[in-house]
Design a protein around this ligand. Structure first.
Ligand code: C2E
Ligand code: CA
Ligand code: CA
Length: 827
């Protein structure tokens, strides 16, 4: 199973998704709160500053209140009034002085009704006079009590002006004192704000009068102008409010204006909120961690069944159908999936078992099949212990199938299997028991393996098998003799390996059948004859599949005009080590083993392919293909030949099928059926090797054929042997009576050719004309004799390309005659 980490697993994805979402939400909340904290802190700070401004005014008022009371008391003092009215300057001065000292005023003065200064207890009389006169005038105009601020000699001072009446107004008492740092400290205590007070005289830099803090760059703060503003103070952001206590434009402001600046650090104001924010961040981190852990656990819990299923499916993939798929016990989709998986597992187990049975057992007889038998045989072949192998082939299955039908054929096989089993059972019951192992190898082929049995013992068992098979089998109302050929091969005497042992048993069995000997023990002498051919079957199959077969074509001439009319297709085997193997070395064997049918179809296919190729080059030769007796017994022969031709888009008339006399003689009825079917399909038919057999010639010519091919036996020596020549003449007459074309094969010299022409034979084929040529060389061969017969593919005339029969032109005829003379007669 692939190792999965948090990032490529289902659990990881679930966790990541949810954690991500949580983080995004938290982050958004965090940003929003941060924004609103800043905004709110500033608003709050602004409000605080406005409040501070009001507190400042309140404090100034309170200060003035003490002054005012002192001044009012003085103005109402009887002695003082008397002294003023009497003009007692000294008493007045003393009174002013003592009252000022009592209430803590630094300045006390008396002015007359007109506003002229009568007395003042300050050393700086000259500097104060204009201020005092102005204050008195202002008070008179305003008519109400005030506590004006003035800059006197660079010092911020607060004054009160109180009327003195006796009872009519007789003057003004003025008292004043400088503003102290205490004012700023009081303000700070009450509002938490810092404050500085500046004075500014026209054309001069601002001057710090008092303040809670020693502020360096105060000037800039004053320069910023009145109202609320934000700025930097010694590297700290502050919000500040400038309150103009004595604006430059006010009465008395001309000498110097007074400004209070209230301020507070923004960071300080925001700090509590920031702490809140930090706690929130901490909570977020905690929440995310807890959420992360919980979601990892949850995801694991959810995905664990999936992992289990994954492991289960891997086990299934490895073919373990035994371990049950773990069930989650839950009533959800995963639970259902686990159940379905387990259902699949049992289903697979059943089906695998079925497949195993199919692969190792024969359904019809219930016996082990070849695969199982071979496995067992390989296991049984161990040094030091003999093993005997008996191979059986039933004698009449083919006929039973054909005559009585497949169902009865099947019952015959089942009976054979039953008898074999019976013999094996009895063997195991003997004192020296042998556990015989029976199997069905193929159609009518069975095997009995006898572990521990010597050759003599095996022969004895074979004899009892023969006896057991001697009893006829009743198939409904027919009685069939159930005989078999048995071949025996023993380990280690005859072969060391399983394959070889099987091969030798087969060989012995084939030989037993051939000799009709019942049973036969393998002997190297049997092998000598057939070893080569036996190993051939495997090789032949291989040859067919791997393109080792070659098609040769032997030209056929029309004697009337010497024109090329067709060619016979003859197979060769281009063997990788043996070279070009002639057909007589493998055709008989292919016929014996039934492999001939495959081979015939290959030839048909190849011939059709070549024919189509020829047509494209303007050459349309009818190709003769040899059929064997075996082919004629195949019910699907016609359909399969048809299919090959259709595949190459070749008409049936392109082929002539040659059938030997002996092929027809072995089962005339069936052969006749097939011949009729072939003829109906449009194929030309020819009887090959005519005259060589023993069958009545008259019977043969009544077959549905188009052509007779006189056996070489008569033709090859007809020029020297009068009997043979007479036979040829007889056959030609017989054929012409039945309107059949006659072909003479084995034309080995010009004399024979001339003789055949004189006898009216229609066609000739033989080494004198040409030996069989590789199919690819035929065109070359034709071009060498009739240069204009073959057109390059692109320019092939339509008529020729369509495959119409070729008429020989006189020119062609001539060319043939000339070239035939200098064609060397092959050996
Ligand atoms: P066949 O059908 O009678 O074929 C004629 C055989 O005679 C060919 O031998 C051919 O090469 C040979 N022959 C031709 N002209 C002369 C001649 O002037 N003198 C002599 N002495 N022989 C000549 P090949 O090709 O060796 O074939 C031998 C036999 O093998 C064929 O006899 C045929 O029975 C069988 N055979 C060849 N090809 C096939 C095939 O594709 N299918 C089947 N079923 N049998 C084939
Ligand atoms: Ca032939
Ligand atoms: Ca022949």
């Amino acid at each position: 199973m692939k190792r999965r980490n948090l990032f490529n697993s289902l659990a990881g994805r679930i966790v990541t998704l949810f954690l991500g979402l949580l983080l995004v939400v938290q982050l958004a909340a965090f940003m929003t709160i941060r924004e609103s904290i800043d905004h709110n802190a500033r608003t709050l700070l602004g409000d605080q500053l406005q409040l501070g401004a009001r507190v400042l005014n309140r404090l100034l008022d309170q200060n003035a209140q003490g002054l005012r009371q002192g001044a009012t008391l003085l103005a109402a003092d009887f002695g003082f009034r008397a002294a003023v009215q009497s003009g007692d300057a000294e008493t007045v001065r003393l009174a002013l002085e003592s009252q000022a000292a009592r209430i803590g005023a630094s300045v006390s003065a008396l002015l007359d009704v007109k506003g002229d200064l009568l007395a003042v207890n300050s050393s700086d009389e000259a500097g104060l006079r204009p201020v005092l006169v102005e204050l008195a005038a202002e008070r008179q105009q305003a008519g109400a009590e005030q506590a004006p601020l003035r800059l006197v000699q660079g010092q911020a001072m607060q004054f009160v002006v109180v009327p003195m009446k006796a009872p009519l107004l007789i003057g003004w008492v003025v008292m004043g004192f400088p503003l102290q740092n205490a004012l700023a400290q009081d303000l700070h205590a009450l509002s938490g704000l810092d404050m500085v007070l500046f004075s500014q005289t026209a054309g001069q830099a601002p001057h710090l009068a008092l303040g809670t803090t020693a502020v360096g760059r105060v000037a800039a703060m004053v320069d910023d102008g009145p109202g609320m503003s934000e700025g930097e103070l010694d590297g700290i952001s502050v919000l500040r409010l400038r309150v103009d206590l004595l604006p430059a434009g006010a009465p008395g402001g001309a000498r110097g204006s007074l400004h209070a600046v209230l301020f507070r650090s923004i960071d300080e104001a925001v700090a509590p909120f920031r702490r809140l924010q930090a706690s929130m961040a901490l909570i977020t981190v905690l929440a995310v961690s807890i959420f992360g852990v919980v979601s990892v656990l949850t995801a694991r819990r959810v995905t664990q069944p999936v992992h289990q299923l994954l492991r289960a499916s891997e086990r299934l993939g490895q073919g373990d159908f035994q371990t049950p798929v773990p069930q989650t016990g839950r009533d959800d989709e995963l639970g259902e999936l686990a159940q379905a998986f387990d259902g699949m597992r049992t289903g697979l187990a059943t089906r695998t078992e079925e497949i195993r049975v199919l692969a190792y057992w024969d359904r019809l007889t219930g016996l082990p099949n070849r695969a199982q038998f071979e496995d067992l045989l390989r296991r049984e072949l161990q040094p030091g212990r003999p093993v005997a192998l008996l191979m059986l082939n039933l004698d009449r299955l083919e006929q039973v199938n054909q005559v009585l039908g497949r169902a009865r054929g099947d019952r015959l096989l089942q009976t054979a299997a039953e008898r074999l089993r019976g013999v094996a059972r009895r063997l195991s019951e003997l004192p020296a028991s042998i556990d015989g192992f029976v199997a069905r190898l193929a159609g009518d082929e069975f095997a009995l393996l006898l572990p521990g049995a010597s050759p003599a013992r095996a022969q004895w068992v074979a004899q009892s098998l023969v006896r057991s098979f001697e009893r006829p089998v009743q198939l409904d109302d027919s009685v069939v003799d159930l005989s078999a050929g048995i071949g025996i091969a023993c380990f280690p005497e005859h072969a060391e390996q399983a394959d070889q042992l099987m091969g030798r048993a087969l060989l012995a069995m084939t030989e037993a059948k051939r000799r009709m000997a019942g049973c036969l023990v393998y002997d190297p002498s049997i092998d000598a004859g057939s070893a080569q051919t036996l190993s051939l079957l495997g090789e032949l199959r291989h040859a067919l599949r791997h393109g080792e077969l070659r098609l040769f074509l032997q030209p056929k001439l029309r004697l009337a005009d010497g024109s090329l009319i067709g060619a016979e297709a003859l197979v060769r085997w281009q063997h990788p080590t043996r070279g070009l193997v002639p057909p007589n070395q493998f055709i008989p064997f292919a016929e014996e083993t039934g492999f001939i049918h495959e081979l015939t179809l290959w030839v048909v296919d190849e011939a059709a392919r070549v024919w189509a190729q020829h047509r494209a080059q303007g050459l349309a030769l009818r190709l003769s293909v040899n059929l064997s007796a075996h082919d004629l017994m195949k019910a699907d022969l016609v359909a399969r030949i048809d299919a090959r031709l259709r595949h190459h888009d070749v008409p049936p008339s392109a082929l002539c099928l040659e059938i030997t006399e002996s092929a027809i003689a072995s089962d005339p009825q069936r052969a006749l059926q097939t011949l009729h079917a072939l003829k109906t399909s449009g194929y030309k038919l020819s009887i090959d090797d005519f005259g060589a057999g023993y069958t009545s010639l008259g019977q043969l010519v009544d077959l549905p054929v188009n052509e007779l091919k006189i056996d070489m036996l008569f033709v090859r020596t007809m020029d020297t042997n009068a009997d043979k020549a007479a036979m040829v003449r007889f056959i030609i007459g017989l054929a012409h009576d039945r309107r059949l074309t006659v072909v003479a094969e084995g034309v080995e010299n010009p004399a024979i050719l001339a003789q055949l022409g004189a006898l009216g034979c229609d066609e000739a084929q033989g080494y004198h004309i040409s030996k069989p040529l590789p199919s690819g060389e035929l065109v070359e061969w034709v071009r060498g004799r009739w240069p204009d017969r073959v057109t390059p593919p692109a320019t092939a005339p339509a008529g020729i390309a369509a495959g119409r029969d070729l008429d020989a032109s006189p020119a062609l005829h001539e060319t043939w005659r000339n070239s035939a003379n200098d064609t060397p007669t092959p050996a």
